[in-house]
Design a protein around this ligand. Structure first.
Ligand SMILES: C[S@@+](CC[C@H](N)C(=O)[O-])C[C@H]1O[C@@H](n2cnc3c(N)ncnc32)[C@H](O)[C@@H]1O
Ligand code: SF4
Length: 391
């Protein structure tokens, strides 16, 4: 049910606080993906999992009573979740915490026709933003990525989503095998022609331990060389900017004002709860930021929650330096960059001015007052920037 007025309240001035809910199941495993996602051909006991989600939610709410400004159902494939499960989880969030009247509630969906049937149910449960994993706009590429849907199915799911949700994003993967710069700019131009207010555009990463990594190592999968991938990245920035969806983060583009508020919680270094197998959380208690994570294997997590009320595998305090470096790592991904005084307040000591100046002289950083941002070229070498700044 849509959440009632008694369960919500107007936006407060307090810092944003997000709740991430991880659904760790997929219909099939894509060969490039190393997310915590599992295939269970025998099906799963959704009621048992729901009961565990509700228990773990209660545990987190007791740790940190806050106003929730965003909820994100991520995966895995949350669009395999029955809408009644989503509804019950959202009800529990609104009961245990205060759910902001304007909370952004996102669900990640795969664009198969079966999953699209659930869209109206998610909207009725309170989901107001859908993030659709389109990945490519032609069938040959989708097949090469091991996806379970055709391009037409993805477009039909997108059209249905437009009828159901206020806000929609979709994901594409570029720098795929055999893809040229022209091929990608044509595909992106097509995508921008029908995009709503947000796009996530990821360069294909060969993740260790995946089937793509094995093929790549064996010389049977050839991805564009780093210079070609770099040209695709730069073309992506230009095309999106010209279409009115500038990059606000390395891989994320939005009409100004339509940025993902939930992901901004991570990148701006705010607190969030993480529920479900393999979820991560950052929670500040007594002035100390804690890094928490839950067991990754769904059945192990389930048994643990049933026995102890939560599936936490780790809960570590972060030192001021660790907390500040995490902020640096996240915030430099953003076009708005990081606050130098915020870093200094977290770390207890400011960033080294001579290092900032040297990286700025190389054209990798730019500084305006208290804000430090990575330039578009700097965002291509973020790891190096962060290592040098934090050294
Ligand atoms: C974990 S998935 C969850 C969404 C949904 N299951 C799907 O596949 O559409 C989130 C996004 O991560 C991106 N992704 C996953 N593995 C990737 C990789 N190796 N390289 C680039 N992008 C990747 C995909 O674009 C995907 O949409
Ligand atoms: S990319 Fe999405 S659908 Fe594919 S295995 Fe990963 S989480 Fe599942």
């Amino acid at each position: 049910m849509p959440k009632t007025a008694t369960q919500t309240r107007a936006l407060s001035d307090a810092e944003p606080f997000g709740v991430y809910v991880h659904w760790p199941f997929c219909a099939a495993k894509c060969p490039y993906c190393d997310f915590n996602s599992h295939v269970r051909h025998g099906g799963i006991d959704e009621d048992r999992f729901l009961a565990a989600y509700l228990k773990e939610l209660a545990h987190f709410a007791a740790l940190t009573p806050r106003t929730v400004t965003s909820v994100f159902f991520g995966g895995g494939t949350p669009s395999l979740m029955a809408p009644r499960v989503t509804d019950a989880i959202l009800d529990a969030i609104a009961t245990h915490w205060t759910l902001d009247a304007n909370a952004e509630i996102t669900l990640e969906a795969n664009p198969t026709s079966v999953e699209a049937e659930n869209f109206r149910g998610y909207a009725a449960a309170g989901v107001n933003r859908l993030s659709l994993g389109v990945q490519a706009l032609d069938d040959a590429s989708l097949k090469a990525l091991g996806r379970c849907h055709s391009a037409d199915e993805a477009l039909a799911a997108f059209a249905l989503a437009r009828d159901c949700f206020e806000r929609i994003s979709f994901d594409l993967i570029y720098a795929r095998e055999g893809q040229s710069l022209d091929g990608w700019t044509d595909e992106l131009t097509r995508a921008l022609g029908f995009a709503a207010d947000h796009l996530s555009l990821y360069q294909l990463t060969i993740e260790d331990g995946t089937p793509f990594a094995a093929l790549h190592e064996a010389g049977r999968l050839h991805v564009p060389a780093s210079e070609a991938a770099r040209a695709m990245y730069l073309a992506t920035q230009e095309l999106c900017e010209a279409a009115g969806l500038p990059a606000y983060e390395v891989s994320n583009h939005a009409v100004p004002g339509a940025e993902s508020r939930h992901n901004l919680v991570y990148w701006r270094g705010h607190d969030y709860a993480g529920i479900g197998a393999g979820a991560h959380a950052r929670i500040t208690t007594g002035g100390t930021k804690r890094a928490l994570s839950t067991l990754r294997l769904p059945e192990a997590w389930l048994a643990e929650v049933e026995a102890r009320g939560h599936g936490l595998a780790s809960d570590e305090p972060l030192s001021p330096r660790e907390s500040a470096e995490e902020y640096l790592l996240m915030a430099l991904r953003l076009a708005e960059g990081m606050g130098l005084s915020r870093f200094a307040a977290l770390a207890g000591t400011p960033l080294d001015e001579t290092r900032i100046d040297a990286l700025a002289a190389e054209g990798l950083l730019s500084r305006t007052g208290d804000r430090l941002t990575a330039t578009p070229t700097g965002r291509l070498v973020l790891e190096r920037l962060i290592l040098e700044l934090a050294a």
